[in-house]
Design a protein around this ligand. Structure first.
Ligand code: S3P
Length: 428
C-alpha cells in the first residue's frame, strides 16, 4: 500500500495512541508464566504484540479472551508450556524472538524460532552467547534466525555485563534466569527500558552508575490486571508533527512516561519544543500522563552517549525534527540503528536526502544541517514501521505531496496511524 501526505498548514486533535508495544509483549509473556488469570486491558491491535500472542497459543497457553483492547490469559505457571515441534513464527518482532528464546531455553522445552525476512537478518548471537554460557545449546544460521534451541538442557545462573545497551538481551537472560539454578545477574552499564524489572518486581542494586538486576527460580511471577499505557514511541511522531506544523494543538492522553523511554521529550524541549505534561499518574507501576503539543521553532542539537539507548526508537522521527530546525543536529553512538527492522541510518539518510535535506551519514549516526526546504517526492518505508511513519510526518512539512511506498508496514506498531494523521489534518 502506498500513502500520500500533503503539506499541511495546521494539525489539530486528540489522538488515542495504541498501547505500549514493549509493555504489551511483556504483559502477555508474564501472564503466561504466572499461575492464575491475568487481565490485560487496552491490548494493542498491532502486528508485533499479536505475534507474541500467536506464539504463546502455539506453546499451549490458554488465551481465554482476545477482543479488541482486551486479552485474558489463564497462566499455568512457568513449567506448563508445550510444543508440537513446529517452528514458532515471531513475524517481524525482535522483542518476541528475544524474550521467548529465554523462556524456551530456560524451560528446557526448546524449539525453533523463525521470523520474517527482516527478523531473519537481525543479530541473535547477542542472546545465544549468554544463553550458551548458562548451559543452553542453540544453533543459528550465520548468527541469525532460524534459532534452534535444543530441548532438555538445564541452565545455571550467570553474572553477565551487557556488551550492548539492549533491553531485549537483558530481558531474555533474566527470563532464562527464572529457571536456572542459582542466581542470574545482569549488569547494565547504561540504563535501558526497565519494564521487565518493574513488571516482575526484580531486585535491583545500584553499583556506581551501573544497575545489577537479579532473577532466580524463587522469583514469583504473579497474575495481574493492568490497563496498558499508550505508547511513548508512537506519541513521538505526534510530538514532532505537532511541533513542526505551523498551527494547531495536538493532545495525547494517557501516554506512558517511563523515564527510560522519554529522552526524546528532553531533547525536543532542549531544541525549543513546547510540550506540556498534565494529569501525571501511575498505571500498573508505570508513570502515565497527558501530553499537549504546540508549534514551536526548533534549534539543532547534539545527541550522543548514554541518552541514546533511551531514544533509540525515536531517532528516525528526531531526524525529521532536525531537518526542520535551525542549525546543525549531530547524532552519534547510535550504531544499533543499523540492526533494527531495517538499517535505519541508511533509510533516514536516503529518504531525507531525497526530500532535499542536507544530511551526512556516519557509521553510528548522522548530521543534519537544518533549514533546507523539504520538497515532496516518493520515499520508501524500507518495510520498517518507524521509517514509514516518520516520513508520513515529514510529508506534512514538505512542499507538495510526499508518497510513502509500502506504508502499510505501519501496522507493526500503529495500525491506525494513517487514519489518525488524516483526522488531525482534516480538523485543521
Ligand atoms: C525493545 C527494546 C529495544 C527497542 C525495541 C523494543 C523492548 O530494542 O528498540 O523496539 O521491548 O525490549 P533493543 O533491546 O535491541 O535495543
Amino acid at each position: 500500500m502506498t500513502r500520500t501526505v500533503a503539506e499541511s498548514a495546521a494539525l489539530r486533535g486528540t489522538v488515542a495512541l495504541p498501547a505500549d508495544k514493549s509493555i504489551a509483549h511483556r504483559a502477555a509473556l508474564f501472564a503466561a508464566l504466572a499461575e492464575g488469570t491475568s487481565v490485560i486491558a487496552n491490548f494493542p491491535d498491532s502486528a508485533d504484540p499479536r505475534s507474541t500472542l500467536a506464539c504463546l497459543r502455539q506453546l499451549g497457553v490458554d488465551i481465554a479472551e482476545e477482543h479488541p483492547g482486551l486479552v485474558v490469559i489463564r497462566g499455568q505457571g512457568r513449567e506448563a508450556f508445550s510444543t508440537s515441534g513446529a517452528a514458532i513464527d515471531c513475524g517481524n518482532s525482535g522483542t518476541t524472538v528475544r524474550l521467548l528464546s529465554g523462556i524456551l531455553a530456560g524451560s528446557r522445552l526448546g524449539g525453533t524460532l523463525v521470523g520474517d525476512a527482516s527478523l531473519s537478518q537481525r543479530p541473535m548471537a547477542r542472546i545465544t552467547e549468554p544463553l550458551r554460557s548458562m548451559g543452553a545449546e542453540i544453533v543459528l544460521q550465520g548468527g541469525h534466525a532460524p534459532m534452534q534451541i535444543r530441548p532438555g538442557r538445564p541452565l545455571h545462573g550467570i553474572t553477565y555485563t551487557l556488551p550492548v545497551a539492549s533491553a531485549q538481551v537483558k530481558s531474555c537472560i533474566l527470563l532464562a534466569g527464572l529457571y536456572a539454578s542459582g542466581q542470574t545477574t545482569i549488569i547494565e552499564p547504561v540504563a535501558t527500558r526497565d519494564h521487565t524489572e518493574r513488571m516482575l518486581g526484580l531486585s535491583i542494586r545500584r553499583v556506581g552508575s551501573a544497575r545489577h538486576i537479579t532473577s532466580s527460580q524463587t522469583t514469583r511471577v504473579k497474575p495481574f490486571s493492568v490497563n496498558l499505557p499508550r505508547d511513548f514511541s508512537a506519541a513521538a511522531f505526534f510530538l514532532v508533527a505537532g511541533t513542526i506544523v505551523g498551527q494547531g494543538t495536538v493532545r495525547l492522553p494517557g501516554v506512558g512516561l517511563n523515564p527510560t523511554r522519554t529522552a526524546l521529550l528532553a531533547v525536543l524541549r532542549d531544541m525549543g519544543a513546547d510540550i506540556r505534561i498534565s494529569g501525571q499518574t501511575d498505571a500498573g507501576g508505570e508513570p502515565v500522563g497527558d501530553l499537549e503539543i504546540h508549534p514551536a521553532a526548533l534549534q539543532g542539537i547534539t545527541v550522543g552517549g548514554t541518552i541514546v539507548a533511551n531514544l533509540i526508537d525515536e531517532l528516525p522521527i528526531l531526524a525529521i525534527a532536525a531537518a526542520c530546525a535551525r542549525g546543525r543536529t549531530v547524532v552519534t553512538g547510535a550504531a544499533e540503528l543499523r540492526v533494527k527492522e531495517c538499517d535505519r541510518i541508511h533509510a533516514v539518510v536516503q529518504n531525507l536526502r531525497a526530500l532535499g535535506a542536507d544530511i551526512e551519514e556516519f557509521d553510528d549516526g548522522f548530521a543534519i544541517e537544518g533549514g533546507a526546504p523539504l520538497v515532496g517526492t516518493t520515499v520508501d518505508s524500507f518495510l520498517d514501521h518507524r521509517i514509514a511513519i516518520a516520513f508520513g510526518v515529514a510529508g506534512l512539512v514538505a512542499q507538495g505531496q510526499t508518497t510513502i511506498t509500502r506504508a502499510d508496514v505501519a501496522e507493526v506498531s500503529y495500525p491506525d496511524f494513517w487514519q489518525a494523521l488524516d483526522r488531525c489534518v482534516a480538523r485543521s
